[in-house]
Design a protein around this ligand. Structure first.
Ligand code: HEM
Length: 538
């Protein structure tokens, strides 16, 4: 995995030190000096005081003291596996990415996660699931950092701290650990109308998957693909599990939480160990890259809306097979660092404002989570493509760089590395025409419809699925202490559908508001006072 590590002389050793560490029959200290005894502190006599000069005690306990690193600020609990991605070649028409070409095999590492719970929380809680894939392609790393739901709570990354502060445990009681049954979450998602669609997906059976092996995955944002001729196409990425999409029912999820909080990570590891390798097809929905960036009236830059598959079928472009468990959870599952900015030629971003914020956030958080800027050198994060980046030094630098001229242009070190254009495999940003614009803090009008798609989602549900959704809202809202939050939630539900609202109101023992036919118009960035009579702030 990854290029060779370096010896202190700067020569590639051909041996990955991380792989051989802690092998052999003799116990040593961290410097490789053999130890006669690591079970007793150095003392002045068997019953005497421990001596300050015990440098072995100091090293052993110091290292232990620093074993824990900060957990991810979101998606802290996860499980992962290695595998391979095989391109079908069906995407070459729209993308020149080498790993999508026919029969090209690319090693991958996939991490599944819950979003809100801490590292030690349970697997089968009601939550969104992360589905993050690192492709170690011949042209560099491509990360597809998606979820098991096709839409998101917010349209603009500047709201991410708000939605996460609202969803994480209450600051005073640290309740709940890992589910959405509390006042702050419901307060936020009922005041913030654009969260309605994602919340409905959470309350559906998609919120409690049966297994990581049986989840769909979505890139959520619209991406821009570029082919060899430079023609661009807009796409949304989908993962389709070969085993089908399955969920638990709520009672099962709760029982399993008690009996086996590691249910999903055990299921994934056991299946892989038994040779039942889970598989997903990667697919794309394809849209013409028009200046409007809309499709059938849907704004493709709005991550709270999806494009129904009836309007744009998912075209399969490759197969993912997970075939090996990590050998060390910390080194691989915990230290892996995904980033939406890890792109390869043929895959570019769009102006989705949520994606723009993510491009900053991931690197930023990983500097503190993984202790400095060199986490790309950790074995699990190392690219499989040659690196010549001129980056130097920094906390936890493990490479011994050679040469004296880490700058451009230079005339030393035997010549300056040359820069490569698109024709020679360079990553060239698509020269997208930008509209003449003035600086604003506003959302576009086309981001204002927060209810048509939740309504369609509800109407597409079978009777038993509707029953589950009503049960989920009733249970979760039933855990709120604030009556005003429950009442406001009912008004949101009345705007989605009268039957849904009536069912939840009956479950909560509260009167159901009249169905609200008209979706209240939303001004861009509405002040709370503007939310009007149907959205009073209590
Ligand atoms: C982590 C997905 C939006 C910030 C993650 C992970 C996934 C994910 C799957 C876990 C990665 C892993 O397993 O290591 C998504 C999706 C989003 C979204 C699908 C919307 C479409 C955002 C936004 C922000 C953000 C808007 C911030 C502005 C973070 C941070 C982490 C994270 C800070 C922790 C990363 C780490 O510690 O390595 N996200 N996310 N995410 N996400 Fe997002």
């Amino acid at each position: 995995r990854g290029p060779d590590t370096y010896s202190p002389t700067g020569q590639a050793t051909g041996v990955d030190q991380a792989e051989v560490a802690q092998g052999g029959s003799r116990l040593t200290n961290a410097q490789g000096t053999r130890l006669p005894d690591s079970d007793h502190s150095l003392k002045a006599g068997p019953r005497g005081p421990v001596l300050l000069q015990d440098h072995h005690l100091r090293e052993k306990v110091m290292h232990f003291d620093h074993e824990r690193i900060p957990e991810r600020v979101v998606h802290a609990r996860g499980a992962a596996a290695h595998g391979v991605f095989q391109g079908y070649g069906t995407a070459t028409e729209v993308s020149k990415a080498a790993f999508l070409a026919k029969d090209v095999e690319t090693p991958v590492f996939v991490r599944f996660s819950t979003v809100l719970g801490s590292r030690g929380s349970s697997d089968t809680v009601r939550d969104t699931r992360g589905f993050a894939t690192k492709f170690y392609t011949s042209e560099g790393v491509f990360d597809l950092v998606g979820n098991n739901m096709p839409v998101f709570f917010i349209q603009d990354a500047i709201k991410f701290p708000d939605v996460i502060h609202a969803g994480k445990p209450h600051p005073d009681r640290e309740i709940p650990q890992a589910q959405s049954a509390h006042d702050t979450f419901w307060d936020f998602v009922t005041l913030h109308q654009e969260a309605t669609h994602h919340t409905l997906w959470n309350m559906s059976d998609r919120g409690i998957p049966r297994s990581y092996r049986m989840m769909e995955g979505f890139g959520v944002h619209t991406f821009r693909l570029v082919n060899a001729e430079g023609t661009t196409t807009l796409v949304k990425f989908h993962w389709k599990p070969r085993l089908g999409t399955h969920s638990l029912v709520w009672e099962e999820a709760q029982l399993i939480n008690g009996v086996d909080p590691d249910f999903h990570r055990r299921d994934l590891a056991d299946a892989i160990e038994a040779g039942a390798f889970p598989q997903w097809e990667l697919g794309i929905q394809v849209f013409p890259d028009t200046p409007e960036q809309t499709f059938e009236g849907i704004d493709l830059l709005d991550p709270t809306n999806l494009v129904p598959e009836e309007l744009a079928p998912v075209r399969p472009i490759g197969l993912l097979t997970l075939n090996a468990n990590p050998s060390n959870f910390f080194a691989e599952t915990e230290q892996v660092a995904f980033h939406v900015g890890h792109l390869v030629p043929g895959i570019d971003i769009t102006d989705d404002p949520l994606l723009a914020g993510r491009l900053f956030s991931y690197l930023d958080t990983q500097i503190s989570r993984l202790g400095g800027p060199n986490f790309g050198q950790l074995p699990i994060n190392r690219t499989h493509a040659p690196v010549n980046d001129m980056l130097r030094d920094g906390m936890h630098q493990t490479a011994v760089h050679r040469g004296v001229a880490p700058y451009r242009p230079n005339s030393l070190d035997g010549g300056c590395p040359f820069q490569t254009g698109a024709a020679d495999g360079g990553y060239v940003e698509t020269p997208v025409q930008l509209p003449a614009a003035r600086k604003v803090r506003e959302a576009p009008e086309s981001f204002a419809d927060h209810f048509s798609q939740p309504r369609r989602f509800w109407l597409s549900m079978s009777p038993v699925e509707r029953e589950h959704i009503i049960g989920a809202y009733t249970f979760e809202l039933g855990k709120c202490y604030e009556q005003s939050v429950k009442e406001r939630a009912l008004r949101v539900l009345a705007t989605i559908d009268g039957e849904l609202c009536a069912g939840v109101a009956a479950g909560l023992g509260l009167p159901a508001p009249e169905p609200i036919e008209e979706v209240p118009p939303v001004a861009p960035s509405p002040a709370l006072s503007q939310l009007g009579s149907t959205w009073p702030v209590d």
